[in-house]
Each structure stands twice: as C-alpha cells, then as structure tokens.
Design a protein around this ligand. Structure first.
Ligand SMILES: [Zn+2]
Length: 400
C-alpha cells in the first residue's frame, strides 16, 4: 500500500509517499509510484505517541476506570505505548501488587503498558529489589502530598529512600517542596479555582527540583532522574542549569501545562485543576520554547480520570488526556527542522517514527482541527475533560 501526502518526520512536514508491505514501512520518500491513498491538504501522516506518565486505575478503583477502558481511551488519542504510575489503590509499592497489576495489564490492556514501582517513606531495600523485575528498575516518588497515598512529606526522608534504590535504577519525581506547599495550602478557595496557583505556586516546584539536583543527585550519580511534569519557568530554569552539570537528568512536560494557562480557569474551573497547578501564560510560553529547543525530554499527558462528582464536589486534581489533539496543536507551532526533531523525540520513540524498517503503525491527523466533544472521547471521564469545547487537531484514522 502506498500513502501519499504530508508526512510528519524529523525533517518537518514533508510531502511524499510512504510504502507499506507486510505491516512494515519499506519506503519513505519522494513521489514515485501511483498511490493507493492520497491525503487531503489538512491531513498529515503522523507517528503514534509514547506517553510515559499516565494514571490508570483498576484494582479497587474499577468504578473510575479499568486497564481496559483506560488503555482504550489512550489508544483513541493516538497512544501506542504508555507507562503507568504506581499511586493506584492499593499502591504499587511492593512486588505482589505489581505482579497482580501486570497480570491485569497482560489480559486487558489495548496498548503496550509498562509500570513504575512506588517509592514511599516505608520502602526498604529488600522489597525495592524484589520489585525491580516487575517495574524494570523504574520507580516513582511524590516529594509532597498529591493524589493517592505513599507520598513523602519531608525532603530528608525522600533523600534517605532514594539512596536505597537498586544500582542504575530510574527515579521519576513529582517535585514540589512539601514545606512550601504546607505553607500555602490555605490559599485554595473552592469558589475561585485559579487560587490553586497560589496554593501550589511555582516556587514550590523550583525549590523541590533544586533539592533533588543539589542534595540528592551528587549522592547517587548512578541513577537516572526524571523530573515529572515541570510546569513553571522557574522550575525549568533550575533544570536547565542542572542539565549543564549532569547528563543523567531528564524532564517531562505535560500537554495541559503547554496548552492551558491561568486565564482558562474562568471557563474550565476545577476541570483543569491538577498538580502541579496550571500557571500564568509566561510559564506555558517558556515550556513550549523548552520543548522546541530540546530542553524537555518527554511529553506526557498525566492522564488521571476522576468521576464528575469527585471533580466537582471534592475538587480532585487530575484530568483526562487528549494526547493527539495537543500534539497536533504543537506540530502547528513548529517552525524549524530542529523543532520537529525535538517534538518527535519527546512525544514518541524512534521505533514508532515514520521511517524505513519500522512497523506500519501511524495515524492520519487532521491538523485543521474541530470542536472537542465529551462524547467523542473513549473515556468515562470525557465529561470532565477541560479539552471539551476547544478546537484541536484530531485523528481521522489509525493505521495499525
Ligand atoms: Zn501524575
């Protein structure tokens, strides 16, 4: 089969042909032969995405979402592989629960799913070692209170526990300084959702990241450190500086921190409440710039569906993902070859890019976009999505 049209590759959006045989891409290049499919002008053939930070539920929370419905939702938003966070209920902080969760994944997941093990204030060496074969030596820690359980409330304790991790492990940290959060917690007012910025301010994030890079990284140089969903220019600045010293430091940015900003609280209210908070516009601008120039290593959704009731009544933090929509929106912001290159590096894996020898798994994105509606989303949490009523690129077809 030959598809002709705009193709999203590292060099940019290039007009040409992709030839597929036996579910493999055997040629990407100039127009040579008569095509089977010709894409429209607003369409682009794009790689599917890798989302390394999602919260799937299941176990005791099947009423929210299951591995099956969660991964079906992710697949419908262009994700081919994801990595699931361990603050489930019960949490993935031991090898038995990890094993049980992987069993569910093996039987129910609609896409490839990897899992992280949870590092908690109660973690101990023997168990962290038993966990490693299930979580592939990849762990997650919450520096401060968030959703779920097992988070740290004290930086010293976090440091002690990180020192216990197996050699050459990877640790992802949701960075917000616990003391700063405690001090500002009272500033949240339910009647004014934008006060979430004051309750979880940028300085908490910057201080939290600084603790990791200055106090922990020098003690365990063998580990790989991923700063989760950086949301502020202050946080990004600390990372940028630290990256000059360390080549084992990486950072994520979440689609919603690149897309939304303070002004959107007016329309979206608690629907866009998440941790860390969505902040003022200048932060979003710096994050997009950081993505384009390669400072940001992974683009993630932090997909975290809640029930309408939990969101509206209990004001839980977290929102359902809309990966391909925001990804397409970012594609349109790219100007230079290097922008496309950095965007693809962050949003997918080399094995999913459109190039010769890779498996023929792709999506046809309509970059013109359309109005997002709750019923278009294959998630139980579609109704609470802040992406509803936005005009965003969308997937016309998934080729697998
Ligand atoms: Zn998360």
């Amino acid at each position: 089969m030959i598809i002709e049209g705009n193709i999203l590759i590292r060099q940019g959006i290039t007009y040409g042909q992709v030839e597929i045989k036996n579910q493999k891409i055997i040629r990407v290049g100039a127009v040579k032969q008569k095509p089977d499919i010709i894409l429209k002008e607003k369409q682009a053939l794009s790689p599917l995405l890798y989302d390394s930070h999602v919260h799937l539920r299941d176990l005791e929370q099947t009423s929210r979402e299951t591995i099956k419905t969660g991964t079906a939702h992710l697949a419908s938003t262009g994700v081919i592989e994801c990595s699931a966070m361990p603050n489930t209920k019960p949490p993935l902080d031991n090898h038995q629960t990890l094993k049980q969760y992987l069993k569910l994944i093996n039987s129910d997941a609609e896409i490839k799913v990897n899992v992280y093990g949870l590092l908690t204030p109660n973690s101990y060496i023997e168990e962290l070692e038993r966990m490693q074969e299930y979580c592939n030596k990849k762990y997650k820690a919450f520096q401060a209170e968030s959703i779920g359980s097992g988070f740290f409330t004290n930086n010293e304790k976090l440091k002690d526990r990180i020192l216990l991790l197996p050699e050459n492990a990877e640790i992802r940290i949701h960075c917000e300084d616990p003391d700063t959060l405690k001090k500002h917690k009272h500033k949240w007012k339910q009647s004014k959702p934008r006060t979430h910025i004051k309750a979880r301010p940028a300085k908490a994030e910057a201080k939290g990241i600084r603790y990791i890079t200055e106090k922990i990284m020098p003690l365990r140089p063998d580990l790989k450190y991923f700063i989760c969903h950086v949301s502020s220019w202050k946080g990004l600045r600390v990372i940028k500086k630290a990256k000059k010293r360390y080549d084992n430091l990486y950072c994520e940015a979440a689609y919603h921190h690149l897309y939304f900003s303070k002004k959107d609280y007016k329309d979206k209210g608690v629907k866009m409440k998440c941790n860390p908070s969505i902040k003022k516009k200048q932060n979003k601008r710096m994050l997009i710039r950081g993505l384009k120039n390669g400072l940001i290593d992974c683009l993630v959704s932090d997909h975290a569906p809640h029930t309408l009731e939990d969101k509206i009544k209990n004001n839980f933090s977290g929102l359902p993902s809309y990966d391909a929509g925001v990804f397409g929106w970012l594609v349109k912001k790219c100007r230079k070859q290097s922008h496309y290159q950095h965007l693809l590096k962050a949003a997918t894996k080399p094995e999913y890019e459109i190039r010769e020898g890779n498996k023929a798994a792709m999506m046809i994105l309509n970059l013109e976009g359309k109005l997002v509606k709750a019923e278009d989303q294959e998630t139980k949490a579609g109704k609470i999505s802040p992406y509803n009523n936005e005009v965003l690129p969308y997937i016309e077809t998934i080729i697998k």
